[in-house]
Ligand binder design. Structure first.
Ligand code: NDP
Ligand code: GDR
Length: 337
């Protein structure tokens, strides 16, 4: 019998990579989709005949119980979340309902339907926020700086608590930022790669960003989902930091991305205070020693290769250069976020 995995958040960046990975390993993959008024499956279109898509919503307890009852999975990967940090200040209640109580709902469904199901929770380096030590490890205290970060701390500790209270095989992966050509357009890496491609193709001339000083530990999503899977294959459940161990500023990101396309970033990037956050996370850098040692995990794609991969993908997507007239006033690219 092939193993069966349920993935919440299958339409998102990580869900699509994880679904591909599990299909290749012979899993029966059930992806959870919530109702949308239009098509929302662009990241998993190529997998549609290889995975089973079922409706459920992290806001609806009964839908999760029904799903687990019908599907009888061996593993549940809870990747669904309201994942964009700035939106969490605009919609803090919804953020908490999905990212915090949503985790409780899935854990309760597992407890009720089959407590032997293995559970993965998508925790985040945003939990470290105003960092208490550098680099951050599994034992670094949390100090979240946004409703998103706070909501993820709740989900993290519920996972730990259901493991300790009910013996559920629950693992929490504390993943640092990971990106790919499938990243949402509002996140800074993709906003930059897409902005570079638009400028290179003559569709725009400026890119408006927030702070260039914030530093992140960026990796490739395709590498990080391997670590997620490895966590659920161990003899005992535990929590792991997954990170590259190298940090770069947004300015570094911009420099690599623009120069890869033969552009000078200083001619195109403008700082717009509207993208500044009410409270910023200034520096993240993770120490994944435990994952290296216990999971045998290591990333394969470094920062420069990642940024170049994303710029190339956006250049390919936009196709050949558009003709620009000498009087063109192609506007500032001002995507949400
Ligand atoms: P995305 O934003 O790309 O995907 C989020 C997914 O969650 C989408 O499939 C979305 O569905 C789904 N979703 C949102 N709300 C609900 C709901 N109420 N019920 C069911 N599904 C819902 O995120 P990523 O793939 O980047 O991240 C995956 C997870 O990992 C998230 O939990 C994120 O917080 C966490 N994380 C991500 C990191 C990163 O760098 N990418 C780092 C650390 C943690 P829909 O398509 O319908 O909107
Ligand atoms: P983050 O990712 O908040 O770290 O959360 P994001 O790419 O949004 O921001 C990274 C850093 O870049 C700065 N920045 C900008 N960010 C955006 N989005 N747009 C801009 O114009 C811009 N200019 C500068 C930000 O201020 C920040 O410092 C991501 C999400 O995937 C979370 O779900 C996940 O948990 C964490 O990574 C780890």
């Amino acid at each position: 019998m092939p193993k069966c995995a349920v993935i919440t958040g299958v339409t998102g960046q990580d869900g699509s990579y994880l679904a591909e990975f599990l299909v290749k390993r012979g899993y029966r993959v059930v992806g959870v989709i919530r109702r949308a008024s239009g098509p929302n499956l662009s990241r998993i279109e190529h997998l549609q005949d290889q995975i089973d898509l079922r409706p459920a919503d992290l806001l609806d307890q009964l839908s999760i119980v029904r799903l687990l009852d019908e599907v009888k999975p061996d593993e549940v990967y809870n990747l669904a979340a309201m994942s964009f940090v700035p939106t969490s200040w605009e919609q803090p209640v919804l953020t908490g309902d999905i990212n915090s109580q949503g985790v409780t709902r899935v854990l309760e469904a597992i407890r009720q339907v089959n407590p032997k199901v293995r559970f993965y929770q998508a925790s985040s380096s945003e939990m470290f926020g105003k960092v208490r030590e550098v680099p951050q490890t599994e034992v670094t205290p949390f100090y979240p700086r946004s409703p998103y970060g706070v909501s993820k701390v709740f989900g993290h500790y519920m996972t730990v608590n259901y493991r300790e209270s009910f013996g559920i095989f629950g693992c929490s992966g504390i993943l640092f930022n990971h990106e790919s050509p499938r990243r949402g357009l509002e996140f800074v890496t993709r906003k930059v790669s897409n902005g570079v491609a638009r400028i290179k193709r003559g569709l725009s001339n400026k890119l408006a960003l927030g702070t260039l000083d914030a530093k992140r530990d960026w990796g490739f999503a395709g590498d990080y989902i391997r670590a997620i899977w490895l966590m659920l294959q161990q003899d005992r459940p535990d929590d792991y930091v997954i990170a590259s161990g190298v940090t770069h500023s947004v300015r570094d990101l911009v420099e690599v991305a623009f120069s890869h396309a033969g552009l000078n970033w200083q001619e195109h990037v403008v700082v717009d205070p509207k993208f500044h956050r009410p409270a910023e996370v200034d520096l993240l850098v993770g120490d994944a020693t435990k994952a290296h040692r216990e999971l045998g995990w290591a990333p394969e794609v470094d920062f420069e290769a990642l940024v170049k991969m994303m710029v190339d993908a956006d250049l390919d997507r936009l196709g050949p250069r558009q003709p620009v007239s000498s009087t063109s006033t192609a506007g500032v690219l001002d995507t949400r976020g």
